[in-house]
Design a protein around this ligand. Structure first.
Ligand SMILES: Nc1nc2c(ncn2[C@@H]2O[C@H](COP(=O)(O)OP(=O)(O)OP(=O)(O)O)[C@@H](O)[C@H]2O)c(=O)[nH]1
Ligand SMILES: [Mg+2]
Length: 283
């Protein structure tokens, strides 16, 4: 049991979930430990944190026949800009008309970075006219342009300055107000990007951003590394925010729509397999 708990803890799902699961396992298997059954039960348990994975809120929401603004937020360096490029590519390949908005006017180089992606993707981008321009005004320009030119999706990049929560709050509030004003609706999605490597800290980020803005989904990045990304289960458990996309590398194609079954499979796949490599060490 201890070993199992250790493995679960290492996957970053948080003590709360680990204890719930281990309690349930102990209750269910008080008479014996048939490994395969425990494995199945564990998968079942992990899935249950997602209650209804097929429900509408777990799908990516896009408005029909009108502009769908997707606001992308998150702390520095988690992969917001890269994820925007990937999502843009994902929908471009499905023949959606996609526009980018460089709403991170804070960090030098951020506009340039998104512009490079726009160039590679051969899609249009709305940029600030001058340095350090108010992001809300860039967003306004982007939404107007998107609306008037029949775009389907407008992806909005933002700066992630958690160290300055009041400013960030004001900025996102302003951007949200602009979206409502121009489109008469809330953003189709407000995606919080979480880096799988940050572990349990992701829960704090989700809590903080939820206080600032209604988050409709998570983009979990850097799942190509060793991190298991269990933090999204903790976020789901605590804040009921579903995951929408998974990032698995730095290339445009390294993104997929979140699939709870695949995710849980990856989370548990080497739990009960003997560590052949390890056992052979020193032989
Ligand atoms: N391995 C891997 N690297 C990623 C992934 N997503 C993003 N990155 C890398 O993470 C680094 C930061 O990505 P950005 O997209 O610039 O992150 P950001 O959140 O926009 O950063 P700021 O604009 O500084 O707040 C870059 O080197 C990306 O290539 C991923 O899924 N896997
Ligand atoms: Mg960025």
């Amino acid at each position: 049991m201890q070993e199992l708990e250790d493995i679960l803890i290492q996957s970053d799902m948080g003590m709360n979930i680990v204890l719930k699961i281990s309690n349930n396992i102990e209750k269910k298997f008080s008479k014996g430990w048939p490994t395969e059954k425990i494995n199945d039960f564990l998968v079942e348990q992990l899935m249950s944190f997602y209650d209804d994975p097929k429900s509408k809120e777990n799908k990516i929401n896009l408005y029909k026949k009108k502009l769908s603004p997707i606001l992308v937020v998150g702390v520095n360096g988690v992969g917001k800009t890269t994820s925007i490029a990937k999502i843009a590519n994902f929908y471009k390949e499905k023949n959606y008309k996609v526009l980018l908005v460089a709403g991170d006017t804070f960090r030098a180089g951020a506009v340039e970075q998104l512009s490079l992606w726009a160039e590679r993707l051969e899609i249009e981008i709305i940029k600030p006219d001058k340095e350090q321009q108010d992001p809300a005004s860039v967003v306004y320009k982007g939404l107007e342009y998107g609306k008037n030119n029949n775009f389907d999706i407008v992806l909005i990049d933002t700066a992630g300055r958690l160290q300055n929560k009041v400013n960030l709050m004001k900025e996102l509030e302003k951007i949200n107000n602009i979206i409502v004003k121009v489109t008469n609706d809330k953003p189709a999605e407000t995606l919080l990007v979480i880096d799988a490597i940050t572990g349990q800290n992701g829960v704090i980020q989700a809590e903080t951003f939820s206080e600032i803005s209604k988050i409709s989904g998570i983009v979990l990045t850097k799942m190509d590394g060793t991190a298991k990304g269990g933090v999204v289960l903790a976020i789901r458990d605590k804040l009921n925010i579903p995951v929408k996309f998974i990032g698995t590398g730095e290339k445009l194609s390294d993104i997929s729509i979140f699939d709870i079954e695949e995710y849980v499979y990856n989370l548990t796949k080497d739990l009960f397999e003997p560590d052949i490599q390890g056992e052979n060490d020193g032989n």
